[in-house]
Design a binder for this molecule. Structure first.
Ligand code: ZN
Length: 139
């Protein structure tokens, strides 16, 4: 068994920016030369998430609207009162969606559904350069 770890840098606009990173994760799997195993994509930081969704504009709007109902950007947060950085909503959204996904690999390919893409979602209240850690485990 082998473990191959790599990193990608992704420029985001913040404010629940949703970016398809599937090609980057698949490229890391191909480059790792692992045919069967597991790929983990993880974003360090507590105001961004990685999840899967059908990557189309309607669902981007729907996900943003659902998260706005769950943790509205303009609501009052204890975090903002304590730290004054105004991104309490972003931390709550990131905690709910989580920082990573794990996708099985078979025959060197991610076993995603046809309409299922891996997306980085940046909730912070400013543009960011995000590191995405991709760890490929298998043989
Ligand atoms: Zn904060």
């Amino acid at each position: 068994m082998r473990v191959v770890t790599s990193e990608e840098r992704v420029e985001t606009r913040g404010h629940t920016d949703i970016l398809d990173i599937t090609p980057r994760v698949q490229a890391a799997v191909s480059k790792a030369g692992i045919a069967d195993g597991l790929a983990v994509a993880f974003v360090p930081g507590s105001t961004a998430s990685i999840t899967t969704i059908e990557d189309e504009p309607g669902l981007h709007a729907d996900l943003r609207a659902a998260l706005e109902r769950l943790a509205p950007e303009g609501a009052a947060y204890q975090h903002d009162r304590r730290w004054g950085d105004g991104n309490g909503y972003a931390h709550v959204r990131a905690a709910v969606l989580g920082p990573s996904v794990a996708v099985p690999i078979q025959g060197g390919r991610l076993m995603l559904g046809t309409w299922q893409q891996i997306v980085l979602v940046d909730f912070d209240n400013r543009p960011r350069t995000r590191r995405v850690v991709i760890q490929v485990i298998g043989e």
